[in-house]
Design a protein around this ligand. Structure first.
Ligand code: AP5
Length: 269
């Protein structure tokens, strides 16, 4: 064995050890591979758990949630002229106009150039996907690390929505069966969302299925942004564990890409 063979063997052995440890001792090594900031598109049909998982992930990923549903609900609640129109569209389960949504998200992203974010509910249409893709190409700060697509069947979504309750004081989301409010006082003040009736949910699901492939295609066309599908029909802890595993894999491939100078590893994620 000459010196070159020896070096290659040593390098491969080192990679194998790191790989092995990463999967055997994920919690120990996870911190080593952790990125400084994460920019995540968290997508999925109504009731797939975007809000629930976003709340859990921000704590760990040093990021803030940019939720278009919440931004639009706040504008609707303000009673402004545009808010009244937004409320009508949301209550019917439709999509609010791209002309209103795109500038709102652009200004949120521009305000968070340095930090991480979890984008819940955007993009949602072909036009939003194309506008975002253009922004990513022109601005490095807007580039998402990855897209997490939470997947649940329509019937699971409808069933979850029927049990969803919101605390108007804290905006916390509960479910009467799987995640009930912790006290009777909170349970008594909880409300249901105006668009959470079965027919509106089915309309939101129809719109979701029609539009998602279009915007995903637009973002994928930018290149280098992995789309990771997660089975979100499992209990919350299992969904969280599945996302953690995917993020660890992403971290590890990003690390390998850096040391081998090979960007395609992350794309293969
Ligand atoms: P938005 O508020 O974003 O609603 P959505 O996408 O329909 O999603 P939901 O909020 O209903 O569900 P979620 O996935 O967050 O699930 P959650 O964690 O709450 O948007 C509302 C409207 O705003 C749109 O219809 C549209 O009109 C407008 N809009 C928003 N963005 C727009 C855009 N970009 N362009 C145009 N219009 C836009 O969970 C649901 C329930 O399930 C809860 O009770 C929870 O406790 C429970 N649950 C969650 N995970 C689990 C689990 N793993 N197991 C069991 N129960 C679970």
């Amino acid at each position: 064995m000459n010196f070159l063979h020896f070096c290659v063997a040593l390098f491969v052995a080192a990679l194998a050890i790191i790989f092995g440890l990463a999967f055997m001792q994920p919690t120990v090594l996870a911190k080593f591979f952790r990125q400084k900031t994460y920019k995540i598109i968290l997508a999925g049909p109504p009731a797939s758990g975007k809000g629930t998982m976003g709340e859990v992930l921000v704590k760990e990923l040093n990021a803030t949630v940019i939720g278009t549903g919440n931004i639009l609900r706040a504008e609707a609640a303000s009673g402004s002229e545009v808010g009244v129109k937004i409320r009508e569209v949301m209550a019917a389960g439709g999509l609010v106009s791209d002309d209103l949504v795109i500038p709102a998200v652009v200004s949120q992203l521009e305000a968070r150039k340095e930090g991480g974010w979890i984008l819940d509910g955007f993009p949602r249409s072909a036009a939003q996907g194309e506008a975002f893709a253009k922004m990513i190409k022109e601005n490095d700060f807007a580039r998402p690390s990855l897209i997490l697509l939470l997947e649940v069947d329509d019937e699971v979504a409808v069933d979850r929505i029927s049990g969803r309750r919101i605390d108007p004081v804290t905006d916390k989301v509960y479910h009467v069966k799987t995640n009930p409010p912790p006290t009777q006082e909170i349970a008594d003040r909880c409300i249901t969302r105006e668009d959470d009736t079965e027919d509106r949910v089915r309309e939101r699901l129809r719109i979701y299925h029609e539009n998602t492939p279009k915007w995903v295609h637009a973002i994928e066309a930018v290149g280098g942004i992995p789309v990771i599908r997660v089975d979100a029909a499992q209990p919350v802890a299992a969904v969280k564990a599945a996302i953690d595993a995917e993020i660890r894999r992403y971290d590890f491939l990003t690390f390998l890409s850096k040391i081998t100078n090979c960007g395609s590893l992350v794309k293969a994620c």
